[in-house]
Design a protein around this ligand. Structure first.
Ligand code: SF4
Length: 294
């Protein structure tokens, strides 16, 4: 088996539009005999596409700042690409999952309200080596939040395995939040939470006092004081929070198809990540298996 180790690994993002966006212009007929502005700028759709291009360079410039700043000296700056010919009796492919942050519906306020963050952003915040040195803070003003909501931000039709992965990730974070902020009121909005906890051998008590609302959230709006109003339930129920953490949907990694090709597998059964199976799953090649847990 050939194993290619990249010197500098740069992730290619396939969701980035390549073509430059052009300003909207008024018709030639409309321009005649007047001083109307010809270029109208971008509409929302073009602006978002262009902004994605702008943020997409994601190329290493070779400035070596990361190397200079990395105290554990984990970066070998002159590492070269290498190819190893490895012999193994069996290979277990464990691709993990990606988070579909770009698919989060705008009604959940991500990118609109500063005090709405994703579960991945909270994970960084909870880490002692993260941007806030382990402190849980509101991005708007740096205050310590006392009312925190975890909100499922994807459709209930999501594959059960993905839903379970997202909920368990969020539950673990909620437990850590309660440890760091024991007096904080934590509310967890997720569908089918009891069933997921049961499958994982846990109960709502595991959430360490967090309140559970098994209802989808209808929308999220910012209040003038920076708090976030969450609408939920069958009626017009709402509740205000200092910080909202969105549970994002895990998805099968895009690289899995390429990996399948290099292993000589179709990997069409990559649906193992969304099916009912668990554990290690065999493939059409006897010596290659997939690790099905997410
Ligand atoms: S800090 Fe400089 S060297 Fe390091 S990854 Fe970014 S561009 Fe490349």
């Amino acid at each position: 088996m050939l194993y290619e180790k990249k010197g500098r690994y740069i992730v290619e993002f396939q969701d980035i539009p390549k073509a430059r966006q052009h300003h909207i212009e008024i018709d030639v007929d409309e321009r005649r005999m007047n001083n109307k502005e010809v270029e109208l700028g971008f509409d929302e759709e073009r602006a978002i596409k262009e902004a994605k291009r702008c943020l997409s360079c994601r190329r290493c410039l070779g400035c070596a700042l990361c190397w200079a700043e990395c105290k554990p000296e984990a970066i070998v700056f002159d590492m070269q690409d290498e190819v190893f010919d490895l012999e193994a009796d069996s290979v277990i492919v464990s691709p993990g999952v990606e988070r579909a942050v770009d698919r989060v519906d705008r009604k959940y306020g991500l990118g609109r309200e500063l005090n709405v963050i994703t579960d991945l952003q909270l994970e960084r915040m909870l880490s002692d080596s993260g941007p806030s040195a382990g402190l849980i803070i509101r991005p708007l003003d740096g205050d310590i939040p006392s009312r925190i909501a975890f909100v499922q931000s994807y459709a209930s039709s999501t594959a059960p395995r993905m839903h379970k992965a997202a909920v368990i990730f969020g539950v673990n974070e909620a437990i850590l939040v309660k440890r760091k902020l024991p007096l904080a009121q934590v509310t967890f909005f997720a569908e089918g939470l009891d069933a997921v906890l049961k499958e994982a051998g846990a109960t709502q008590q595991s959430l360490n006092g967090a309140k559970v609302v098994e209802s989808p959230v209808k929308g999220v709006e910012g209040n003038a004081d920076g708090s976030i109003q969450v609408a939920f339930g069958a009626g017009d129920e709402t509740a205000a929070f200092d910080l909202v953490v969105l549970l994002t949907q895990p998805q099968v990694p895009r690289e899995l198809k390429d990996l399948g090709k290099s292993l000589g597998l179709t990997l069409s059964y990559a649906s193992f990540l969304v099916g009912d199976g668990a554990g290690v799953i065999t493939t059409e090649k006897e010596a290659v298996a997939l690790a099905g847990e997410v």
